[in-house]
Design a protein around this ligand. Structure first.
Ligand code: NAD
Ligand code: DAU
Length: 356
C-alpha cells in the first residue's frame, strides 16, 4: 500500500481516484483538511475497503510514525502543501510551516521508517515529492523552457517554500540514501480545483455574472496541463523513475491568461446559450497586478517523455470543455465550497477593480 499526504486537495483527490481505478492498490490518505481539503471529492470511496482517510498534520511526527508502523507503506506520495501564490503573499507563515517544516518532518519520519525495513523492501521504497515549475522562476518570451537542470530562482513565498523543500528532499537522498523522486509540474486544471485558482474562478464568476479579474495586462503565460495527465505521470514516475532524479511534467501548452479566459468564456457561451451574461467575455475586468508576478512558465518535458515514456493525452480545448462541463454538473459541490472560508478570502484579496 501507499501513504498519500494532502489527498483531499485538488490534485491529491484526482490522484487517489485515478490510483484506485488504475491499480486497486490500497492507500491511506493523511490530510489536515485546511480550507483547501474537501472530503466531498472522495465521497465515492466511502465504501471502498482499499481506502482509508486519516485527518492529521504532516507536522505531527507521532501520528506519521504511527501510520508508517501500522500500514507499512511501500511509498509515500507527498502532495500536502499550502498551494496558492496569492495567499502566500498575504500570509507566508503557513507556507513555511507546512511546505518547509512539514516536509522536513515527513522526511525524518520516512528516513527512520526506511532504515527499519528489510533489505529488499528498502530497495523498493520510494518518497515521491510533488513540486512545481515555479521553483525555476520566471521566463521572458523567447527563453528556452525550464529543464531539470535550470537554476532555482523562486520569486514568491510559495515558490520559495517549495524550492526549500526540494533541497531538503535532495539532501536526504545525497546524505542518507533515501530513495526520493521529485516532480516539477506546470499549472494544472480540471475537476475539484478550488475556485481561488484562475480557471475555476473564471468559470464560477462567469456563471454568476461577476467580474472576471485579470491581473496586470493579462499577458502572463502559463503552461497548462489537465490534472488527469499529471496523475498518470506521477504513477509512471513512481513505477519507473530513478531514485534521486527529478522530472519536469508539462502540457507543452503555453497560453496567456487572456487567451485562457476567452476560451473558457467561448465554451460557456456555447453551453449556456440563454445566459443573461452572454457574451461572458464582456465580464472581463483588469485588476491590480500580483506583486512579483512571474511573467512566463514553460516546461521542457523531454526527460520524462524519453526516459519514462509519458506524454500528455488531453488537448487544451478538450480539457477546458470537460472542466467547464464538470463545474456545470457539480453545482452542489461548488455551492458548498464557496461558502464560509472562500467568501472570507474573496473579501480580503479582491479590492475594487482598477482599470489599467
Ligand atoms: P491544494 O491546495 O488543492 O491541496 C492541498 C491539500 O493539502 C489540502 O487537502 C490540504 O488540506 C492539505 N494540507 C495542507 N497542509 C497540510 C498539512 N500540514 N498536513 C496535511 N495536509 C495538509 O493543492 P493542489 O493544487 O492539489 O497541489 C498539490 C501539490 O501539488 C502541492 O504540493 C503543490 O505545490 C503541487 N503542485 C500544484 C500545481 C497546481 O497547478 N495546482 C502544480 C504543480 C505542483
Ligand atoms: O505553475 C504551477 C503552479 O500553478 C502551482 O505550483 C501552484 O500551486 C498553482 O496555484 C499555480 O500557480 P499560479 O499562480 O500560476 O496559478 P493561479 O491559478 O493562481 O494563477 C494563474 C495565472 O492567472 C497567474 O498568472 C495569475 C493569474 N490570475 C490569477 C487569479 C487567481 C489572474 O489574472 N486573476 C486571478 O484572479
Amino acid at each position: 500500500m501507499i501513504l498519500v499526504t494532502g489527498g483531499a486537495g485538488f490534485i491529491g483527490s484526482n490522484f487517489i481516484l485515478d490510483w484506485l481505478a488504475a491499480t486497486g492498490e490500497p492507500l491511506v490518505n493523511l490530510d489536515k483538511l485546511t480550507y483547501a481539503g474537501n472530503l466531498e471529492n472522495l465521497a465515492s470511496l466511502a465504501a471502498d475497503r482499499s481506502y482509508l482517510f486519516v485527518r492529521g498534520d504532516i507536522n505531527d511526527t507521532h501520528l506519521v510514525k504511527r501510520l508508517l508502523q501500522e500500514h507499512h507503506p511501500r511509498a509515500i506520495v507527498h502532495f500536502a502543501a499550502e498551494s496558492h501564490v496569492d495567499r502566500s503573499i498575504h500570509g507566508p507563515a503557513a507556507f513555511m510551516e507546512t511546505n518547509v517544516v512539514g516536509t522536513f518532518r515527513l522526511l525524518e519520519a520516512a528516513r527512520h521508517h526506511w532504515a527499519s525495513l528489510e533489505a529488499e523492501e528498502k530497495v523498493q521504497f520510494r518518497f515521491l515529492h510533488i513540486s512545481t515549475d515555479e521553483v525555476y522562476g520566471s521566463l521572458e518570451p523567447g527563453d528556452v523552457s525550464f529543464r531539470e537542470t535550470s537554476p532555482f530562482m523562486p520569486n514568491s513565498p510559495y515558490s520559495a517554500s517549495k524550492a526549500a523543500a526540494d533541497h531538503w528532499v535532495r539532501a536526504y537522498h545525497q546524505t542518507y540514501g533515501l530513495p526520493v523522486l521529485t516532480t516539477h509540474c506546470s499549472n494544472n486544471y480540471g475537476p475539484y480545483q478550488f475556485p481561488e485558482k484562475f480557471i475555476p474562478l473564471i468559470i464560477l464568476n462567469a456563471l454568476r455574472g461577476k467580474p472576471l479579474p485579470i491581473y496586470g495586462d493579462g499577458l502572463n503565460i502559463r503552461d497548462w496541463l489537465y490534472v488527469g495527465d499529471h496523475c498518470a505521470a506521477l504513477r509512471v514516475v513512481l513505477a519507473k523513475g530513478t531514485p534521486g532524479e527529478t522530472y519536469n511534467i508539462g502540457g507543452d501548452n503555453e497560453k496567456t491568461n487572456l487567451d485562457v479566459m476567452k476560451m473558457v468564456c467561448a465554451v460557456l457561451d456555447e453551453l449556456r446559450p440563454d445566459s443573461l451574461f452572454k457574451p461572458h467575455q464582456s465580464l472581463l475586468t483588469f485588476v491590480k497586478d500580483r506583486p512579483g508576478h512571474d511573467r512566463r512558465y514553460a516546461i521542457d518535458a523531454g526527460k520524462i517523455s524519453q526516459q519514462l515514456d509519458w506524454r500528455p493525452e488531453e488537448s487544451f480545448a478538450g480539457g477546458i470543455r470537460k472542466t467547464v462541463q464538470w463545474y456545470f454538473d457539480h453545482s452542489p459541490w461548488l455551492e458548498n465550497i464557496t461558502s464560509g472560508a472562500y467568501q472570507q478570502w474573496v473579501t480580503t484579496h479582491y479590492r475594487p477593480a482598477v482599470r489599467q
